[in-house]
Design a protein. Sequence first.
Lengths: 417, 310
Amino acid sequence: MKKFSASNPAIPIVDQVKPDGSKWTLKEKLWLGLTPQEYKAQFFRNWVNWLMLGVFAVGIPIILQRYIFGLASVTHASNDYPWGLFLGFGLFGMVPLSASGFMLGTTVEIFGRKDFIPIERLALLNGLLGYFFAVLFLEVDLGMPWRLPYPMFVSLGPAAVLFLVAWHVATYLSVQIAELVPAFGEWSGWLKGKRWVKSISIGLVISGIILSTLHQGALGALFTYAPGKVHPLWYSAEFQWIHFFCSSIFAGLSMVIVSSTLCKWTLKWRADDRFLNSVDNLTIGLGKGCSYAMITYLVIKIIAVAHDQEWEYLLTGWGQYYLLELGVGVFLPMCLFAVAVKNRKAGIVRFAALISVLGIIWNRLNTSMIAFNWDLYAEIPHWKEIWITITIYSLYFLTYRFILYRLPILYEWKGEK
Amino acid sequence: MTKQLSRRGFIKGGLAGTVAVSVLKDKETQAGHHFEGYPDAMGVVVDLTRCVGCRSCEAACNKEQGLPEPAEPFDDFSVFDHMHHGQKRRTDETRYTVVNRYEVPGLDHPLFRKKQCFHCNEPACLTSCFVNAYTKTPEGAVIYNPKVCVGCRTCMIACPFYIPTFKYSSAFKPRIMKCIFCYDTRLKEGKPPACVEACPQEALTFGKRSDMLEVAHQRIRMEPGKYIDHVYGEHEAGGTSWMYLSPAPFDQVGLSTNVPSEPVLNYVKGFLAIVPMVLTIWPALFAGFHLLSTRKDRIKELQNDENQEG
């Protein structure tokens, strides 16, 4: 893209009108103002795209296989481990990493920290796509994916935790779509929608906080249905929802840091100075939030061990694994965040955020698959299950990038707003 | 049907009640809606001292429920050596019940134990289901409705006995497969399930659950040295319709002693109780934060307005 924008001052597109006064058509905007040949050239020049094509070449046939021959043809079809990678990673991992939307929404709109505005839309987009793809993962995993609306409209079981998850994720998805209407409105020229959303933004953010608190917690509470099955150290009837909710705070923030870092490194052409000049400072600000959330999380993790009298478990092999998870996945990045914030080193914050993102995925996989059935046997997922998971995640990555290339997420729209 | 619905309504109402009242008064509701099971629910006592591992119950179940013919015939006893991931045989989409053999140290003969749905008084599968696919009938059976099931498999996560299984092999008509106490064909008419009728050893005794509990305790009283002094299923998971008597410790015959003695739902109530609190407190709290943090801006705006007017 750098090459093209050097030769053509009109791109990247930041306005409804071209320098010569005529309007960009929707088609031109979708092609990024390039000719199809140019677009193709930039697409195939990027090695990441080749990697993605490789993933899809194998992944799409396997996904078709899943829908034609059933889950048994791509997973181990375990009755002991009903939930595998699709939910363990796709739902339980993706959702906390997408808490960024409501976190930044709260920071900017509720606490009035206008200095975080340059990164707010990225956080909102990160949230929306994370949820959307968590639902997509769910659609791969559900036995009868065509019945997704059943808990909403056909047969209601309101006393179940999953009922709450279903309703809240669905409502929150619509809230997040509404929150991104301004960016879409500017880009497409649909300003009516934007103004309307602006007028209800506080309401949207507050409903986002409520829905997030409850469904992030509810994902944890789903495991309270399995006392005795989940290892006691990863299980707490009283605290499970707080653990999941509290860890989603630093998970979401860390994910925005990782995502903004990738943008800073690889999408410089699309970002404007407002973003590029503030991103280091904002990263440090987010890192500060992460370290506070992490110390809170560590404390309530220890309280849960004390509350359930589980100290002796810490001396077993499982206990050491538990301490390793907390040590590497939480304590280490927490210290790194603290040191980096104190010395204002954005690079270390970024490194800590990466560890923390991996740490949270590790925690969710531990809870849903490794510490689950801890006294039974370990289930290693089928390679096709792993490949499908990677394929859906690649699709997430491509969609994410597709939108960043176009909508005013990393830059301010110059045209009519 | 009305009776069955009322059971569902009872749980819903009870939960909504707990949730509403717990904000005001926590302690009373906790005890207030504990469900003890239907008074006329039927039950079965399985006496492991009588079972010889003939697998007649497996064959009867297979026939009654129209399940596919197994790879090994029911008179093939080599299946007792089948292991999967170091585990003995379990229920799956082709069998609602299995008998396993256990070598117990100190005993000169092996023990055999039949495994099937326990038909809990307050089933975890039912309470965790978000589309209401499960029903606990007044006769005691836990039955399943494949017409509304989404295939999320939370019931399999929640069941403390690892009973519900999923028909993974089907892409277009998958469903949960589990023992339904022969509800449609037998229990509804007051008849015992096929497996009980087929047992040549009278290892399975069928009757009202309350009577069966009595029978079980009676047997322990009559021959105190013969049994472990505990009826497995009296309290496990809040009480179950199927109960076990064993001469050996229960964990040696594959009955988990990790299963809690109260309904699994009790472990989830802590979270369910916070839902209305978050719904009521959060909006006010965060709207308040918003007003507080933007207070200075507002004051500035007002002053600017005044200055302009003045």
